[in-house]
Design a protein around this ligand. Sequence first.
Ligand SMILES: CC(C)(COP(=O)(O)OP(=O)(O)OC[C@H]1O[C@@H](n2cnc3c(N)ncnc32)[C@H](O)[C@@H]1OP(=O)(O)O)[C@@H](O)C(=O)NCCC(=O)NCCS
Length: 144
Amino acid sequence: MIRPAAAADLPALRALWERYREEAGGLQEDPAAWQQWMLPRISAGDVRVGLVERRVAAYVAWQALPVADGPRDLRIVELYVHPDGRGQRIGSGLLARAIDAARQRSCGRAVLTSNVHDGAVRAFAVPFGFALDGDALVLPLRQG
Ligand SMILES: CC(C)(COP(=O)(O)OP(=O)(O)OC[C@H]1O[C@@H](n2cnc3c(N)ncnc32)[C@H](O)[C@@H]1OP(=O)(O)O)[C@@H](O)C(=O)NCCC(=O)NCCS
């Protein structure tokens, strides 16, 4: 099951985020800064959580960002499925929600920027229509 995140999900999201960072090689990031970014994203309806046996096991967080000369990009900033929940199409469901949001907000593109040179991430995103463009996986969206 996938649903919009609520502020009460923050502790579970934080635990997943920490695991995400550990998997990514333990990048040094400030949890307080992450929380300051995440709370407004939750309020804006830009976060979805995936549940496994009623527990938050995955999430996606996006943000519509302006582009110099055109419609905004929907940047899929974080997308993570706990290792125990992988291979059950939860990631696909979350990515589909992000693409829906990009269309609803009339974004010109959906853009993934993390782990894009990882073959598994490419195998995951390319069937949705994403293609590598520099350091991003980009899905162009038709307007209207
Ligand atoms: C990438 C990630 C989100 C996929 O989540 P998931 O729920 O396991 O993915 P799904 O079950 O929806 O997979 C859908 C398809 O993507 C492909 N895929 C997913 N993971 C894959 C892997 N490790 N290797 C190869 N293909 C993979 C497969 O084609 C799969 O279809 P199949 O199950 O019929 O074989 C998850 O592995 C993850 O959180 N990784 C670490 C964080 C990360 O890299 N985030 C950036 C993501 S853009």
